[in-house]
Ligand binder design. Sequence first.
Ligand code: PGA
Length: 253
Amino acid sequence: MAASVRPLVAGNWKMNGLAAAMGEFNGIKAGADKLADKAELMVCPPATLLAQFNWAAKGSKLTLGGQDCHAKVSGAHTGDIAAEMLKDAGASAVIVGHSERRTDHRETDAEVKGKAAAAHRAGLTAIVCVGEQKSQREAGETLAVVGGQLDGSLPDTATAATLVVAYEPVWAIGTGLTPTPADVAEVHAFIRKKLDERYGAEGNGMRILYGGSVKPSNAKELLGLPHVNGALVGGASLKATDFLAIAEVYAGA
Ligand code: PGA
């Protein structure tokens, strides 16, 4: 992997956070600035807080992301949010294809690819999530499943700067369970190979995050593995002290 790749620790707040969360946000912001030369820290709040957080983050190195976007620029799509709107509200990235959206909204690989392409159209980095179900891991299908999701969900427009892949085993999300370090390393090496094959030098510089029950107590082990270039953190990103304790794995890097 290119030596210049800067790790990314992104917090996915999911459907959590009211205006009263500004205190936690400010705590994360202060920590992000201290760690900025070692790693990029990002918060992906609910869309309702993006503009407010963007205002609060002015002058800081903390970056912001959305949690989903529609594939189109605008139109009659009640309740949906365009990538351009996220950009306008201050996001520099957007998560697409999170397993909760693939499950709750039955999003297909083709739809996720359209959303990632929309992110690029809007000038956002697409954080594309992939990961197997428990039954698929038990059946020995993990690499086939992840490979299929990568083939189907990644747009041709991706560059090292505009594509991040997040490997999130579905059974590890919000459960406190994690794969063994060897299993994480195997999947990340596989993803790196796929990115290299498809995108050449650009693929070699793309960041691959691990996500699923990352917490301060397991961050060092998981984030120290080869081809793990950061984390996508759910529950533990809601508390500034926990989120920063995870990102501080990079403090001595
Ligand atoms: P978790 O969620 O850290 O709460 O397991 C991760 C995610 O869904 O991105």
